[in-house]
Ligand binder design. Structure first.
Ligand SMILES: Cc1cc2nc3c(=O)[nH]c(=O)nc-3n(C[C@H](O)[C@H](O)[C@H](O)COP(=O)(O)OP(=O)(O)OC[C@H]3O[C@@H](n4cnc5c(N)ncnc54)[C@H](O)[C@@H]3O)c2cc1C
Length: 418
């Protein structure tokens, strides 16, 4: 293990992550390689009275570290057990590391749209993935957690060994210790039928309303979302989409492919598609094929509203605030929730707002005008808002609504203190 201090070679690189709008301001970074290093780093911080923060990839950086930052980026080991259908995932493993190992077994983790995202933080923060409506939150399928406590002890936490901590960390994520690894359940999904359809700016209102109606008709094997994205006018973007504010309907269907084909057919009636890509995809390639999210570091600011509904009569105002003619360019995404996400998991956990039917995410670059524009959108959907999703909070935002229900927040606070 190496300790890096400001000004030393390697410090800036180690502090940097996917999110470039904020930056860690650590007094020291512990570049750890295994659980023993994490123990030593926690004790190092304790002896010096430094608060401890953790970074795996920096996708979820919101509050810069001011004390000791544990950098887990070297702990990327993944071990699959095809018999028990589980994966042991080290603290710094990204979903792409997990997918590289599960692929050959025809098994799928509950990963999401970004293969570069860290599997541990994603899973403990909830985790809404490509199979979400069929199997639920990733947090619902965490079987075992290994963590280093504030005292520097390495402990294994299961439903039997410590029910309170096991409940809290799956959905409460932070403030309970530094996680060194997780055991995650895997699912027998080798391929998906999926892809997406793009529509132009003139169809956005119809597509948005139609998407909402369509989601009421689809089974739990189908998880989908609609992104509304101002596409840059650059050669890397497919020609039909260049420079347009498009609607991108993204679909992942893990049932019979012929049924998937039948289920997506009505989407073509929502407007004239600019581009379409559907087909059978190996699960390990699905996130990149379906979502095509940017995978190079950049600065972003954003948040979510977990909604009971997204009524058709909000569409016009929503598009005024976040559509092609909005004064500030915003990226928005509505994910269809429900299905298994709404049901309590086998072993209870701290994930809240399970009754939400949609998740609205609003993203932009950082800046006061962008923040204000986002607030206007969230204010518009306030009547249907239950709360926010912990995983998708990018930047400090005064919490209008909480990540958890008041009862869960209270219990989490008690357990953190303990
Ligand atoms: C492009 C992109 C796509 C995404 N797609 C999805 C998606 O489909 N579904 C979804 O649910 N979420 C998604 N997310 C959100 C993502 O799950 C969260 O931002 C998550 O926190 C990222 O984890 P990380 O390790 O990559 O990031 P980091 O910034 O390294 O970690 C985020 C936070 O997690 C905590 N943490 C990290 N490691 C540990 C540890 N070992 N012990 C204790 N605490 C720890 C720390 O508080 C840290 O600040 C996406 C984010 C991006 C940017």
């Amino acid at each position: 293990m190496t300790y890096l201090h400001p000004g030393e070679p390697g410090f800036e690189d180690e502090a940097a992550g996917f999110q470039t709008a904020f930056r860690h301001e650590a007094k020291v970074i512990a570049a750890v390689e295994n659980a023993e290093d994490v123990r030593a780093a926690v004790r190092h911080a304790r002896e010096r009275g430094l608060p401890v923060a953790v970074q795996a990839t920096g996708h979820g950086l919101t509050t810069p570290a001011t004390g000791l930052l544990i950098s887990t980026r070297r702990m990327r080991g993944v071990r699959v057990d095809p018999v028990t259908r589980t994966a042991w995932v080290e603290a710094g493993a990204r979903w792409k590391d997990v997918l590289a190992e599960t692929r050959e077994h025809g098994l799928a983790p509950l990963s999401g749209s970004g293969p570069g995202v860290g599997a541990v933080s994603y899973s403990l923060g909830g985790g809404v993935g490509l199979l979400a409506r069929r199997f639920g939150f990733a947090a619902d399928h965490v079987r075992r957690v290994e963590l280093v406590t504030e005292d520097g002890d390495l402990v294994e936490v299961t439903a039997e060994s410590d029910p309170d901590l096991f409940w809290a960390i799956r959905g409460g994520r932070s403030g309970f210790g530094v996680v060194t690894g997780l055991e995650l359940a895997l699912f027998p999904v080798a391929t998906l039928f999926g892809g997406g359809l793009y529509f132009g700016p003139e169809s956005l209102a119809d597509v948005l309303r139609g998407f909402r109606e369509w989601t009421a008709t689809v089974p739990e094997e189908l998880t989908s979302s609609i992104g509304m994205v101002p596409m840059p006018d650059v050669p890397g973007v497919p020609e039909p989409l260049r420079g347009k504010h498009v609607a991108h309907v993204r679909v992942a269907h893990s049932g019979d492919p012929a049924e998937g084909e039948r289920l997506v057919a009505p989407l073509r009636e929502l407007g004239p598609p600019l581009m379409e890509r559907f087909g059978e995809i190996p699960f390990a390639d699905a996130a990149r094929t379906i979502f095509s999210e940017p995978d190079t570091p950049h600065g972003y600011y954003g948040d979510t509203a977990l909604l009971t509904d997204f009524p058709a009569d909000t569409t016009e105002r929503f598009l005024e605030l976040a559509g092609p003619d909005a004064p500030i360019g915003l990226v928005t995404e509505i994910r269809h929730l429900g299905g298994a996400l709404s049901r309590p998991p086998e072993v209870p956990n701290a994930v809240s707002h399970r009754e939400a039917r949609y998740q609205l995410m609003v993203l932009s670059g950082p800046g006061a005008a962008e923040h204000a524009a986002q607030e206007e959108v969230f204010a518009e959907v306030e009547p249907w808002t239950l709360g926010r999703a912990l995983n998708f909070a990018y930047g400090d935002r005064p919490a209008v609504r909480a990540f958890h229900s008041p009862e869960v927040e209270r219990r989490l606070a008690e357990l953190r203190t303990r």
